[in-house]
Design a protein around this ligand. Structure first.
Ligand code: SAH
Length: 331
């Protein structure tokens, strides 16, 4: 960690705002904390800065290699062909970051099948004005029309392909902890005892009805176990499935996470490419949680979708032709 980052112990404006609110109204859930830390309209992490890349706090697969977007572009062209090559369709990206993935996808599609580009309407679902500006700059020469929206619901119905890289790990999670008395309580965020604006974890006074909320094997977990839920992720999956169902559309979801619902505290923050305490300097550090792919699969199957995976990113890219593409680029 650099000296500059360590020195910054002063409370951020968002931290002061949260501390005031907690003192007035009581502790808040981890989900409410995460939601404000990332998405508060003025002070949220994604609103005020450009966090991605070497200069920022973290980097992502499309930023590392153009092959990532090219292979996904090829997958999307094939998916469009499998849909019967509709002459008008939506390509929706959730959380497009700096627009690198979409730029690579569109360039590849143009090379593989110009008809794809003639038929596509691109929707970028992005809630940060700052990130939209980055996307607009990067995609200014893109051929198809690009339309920005803050919510998936704003894109019109119709044949649709959806892609999301490192979007679901930003969605707010709730955390629950099993205590020594065998009861589960929700982990909450409160102000520290010293009267400062420092934030700290605490637990809900009342236990939660775990047997009604969690799978049986989770309820029986040992003392000290942490369980995480992410209702917004299931909601997005429901929306995606409802949208895809009438048209045999496809969604490709790529993220950090686990294939089976399990136990463990996965809330993490990064700043300047280093881990960072999640409750420190909210608004100035990225906060994510691992995606529970089993929960996503369950939500998708409940909606009647066909689910492939989850599989590892390496496996997916290899099957899409990573090695052949790497050799071609080397030549
Ligand atoms: N997909 C990109 C960026 C990942 S960072 C990449 O791979 O490089 C997450 C992105 O999702 C950012 O652009 C952030 O502003 C956006 N985002 C996060 N939560 C969001 C939400 N609830 N609604 C809309 N956009 C969101």
């Amino acid at each position: 960690m650099t000296a500059q980052l360590q020195d910054e112990d002063e409370a951020t404006p968002l931290q002061r705002r949260l501390a005031r609110m907690i003192r007035a109204q009581g502790p808040i859930s981890v989900a409410d904390y995460m939601s404000d830390a990332l998405g508060h309209p003025q002070e949220g992490y994604y609103m005020a800065r450009d966090p991605i890349g070497a200069e920022g706090d973290f980097t992502t697969a499309p930023e590392i290699s153009q092959m990532f977007g090219e292979l996904i572009g090829a997958f999307l062209v094939q998916s469009w062909i499998d849909m019967g090559e509709p002459s008008l369709f939506n390509l929706i990206e959730l959380g497009p970051g700096r627009g690198v993935l979409m730029a690579d996808i569109l360039r590849t599609a143009q090379q593989l099948r110009p008809e794809f580009i003639a038929a596509v309407r691109v929707y970028l679902i992005e809630y940060s004005g700052r990130m939209r500006h980055e996307q607009r700059t990067r995609l200014k020469d893109a051929k198809p029309d690009i339309i920005w929206a803050t919510k998936l619901a704003e894109a019109p119905p119709g044949p649709t392909l959806i892609v999301a890289n490192e979007f679901f790990d930003c969605l707010p999670i709730r955390q629950f902890l099993k205590g020594e008395d065998g009861e589960w309580r929700e982990r909450l965020v409160t102000t520290a005892d010293d009267g400062s604006d420092a934030l700290d974890f605490t637990l809900s006074e009342a236990p939660v009805p775990a047997h009604r909320l969690f799978p049986a094997h989770i309820v029986e977990a040992p003392e000290g176990s942490v369980f995480e839920t992410c209702a917004p992720a299931a909601d997005v999956i429901d929306e995606i499935c409802a949208r895809l169902a009438p048209y045999k559309g496809r969604a490709l979801i790529i993220d950090y996470g686990h294939a089976r619902s399990g136990l463990g505290d996965s809330l993490q923050a990064v700043r300047g490419h280093h881990y960072w305490p999640p409750l420190k300097a909210p608004g100035h550090a990225d906060i994510t949680a691992h995606v529970d792919f089993e929960a996503l699969v369950r939500a998708a199957m409940t909606s009647g979708a066909l689910v492939y995976g989850p599989t590892s990113q390496g496996d997916l890219l290899e099957r899409l032709g990573l090695n052949a593409r790497a050799e071609a680029l080397l030549r």
